[in-house]
Unconditional design. Structure first.
Length: 143
């Protein structure tokens, strides 16, 4: 069953690799004998579910999470159960891809109103006059 990212994008199970290792999290003696940490690996560059634009967006937005080979690697070890860790990992994976594929909001450039510009220049001139008035006059007779 594919993992649905948004209305138009879903990742097939075949493109995601899961592996389990021993966890350093909670569990007492259970930690030493059960592989409860789950690791997810997803090859962004080789994914057939993503368009080239989406791949560029993900690699750009996820930055250090994607290694040089283009593989996104995530892990979960918070819970004692491998199944619960896997579910948490899938949720985080979906959230991460949704966030990475969100369209960027472009800034609409605005003009500075002329009244604001005039006010700023007027305040600068007043400040200059104040400093000029406070200036200590030089005595040329001391030389």
């Amino acid at each position: 069953m594919p993992i649905v990212i948004n209305g138009s994008t879903s990742i097939p199970d075949a493109e995601i690799r899961f592996s389990a290792t021993r966890s350093s999290g909670p569990g007492g003696q259970n930690v030493n004998k059960v592989n409860s940490r789950v690791v997810l690996e997803f090859d962004v560059q080789l994914s057939s579910a993503l368009t080239p634009y989406q791949k560029r967006r993900l690699v750009g937005s996820l930055g250090p999470r994607v290694n040089k080979q283009g593989i996104l690697r995530m892990q979960a070890q918070r819970h004692r159960s491998q199944v619960v860790n896997r579910e948490e990992l899938i949720e985080r994976f979906v959230e991460l891809l949704q966030k990475g594929l969100q369209p960027m909001k472009y800034r609409v450039p605005t003009r500075v109103p002329s009244r604001v510009r005039e006010k700023r220049l007027k305040e600068k001139k007043q400040r200059t006059q104040t400093k000029h008035i406070r200036k200590i006059p030089r005595n040329f007779d001391d030389t």
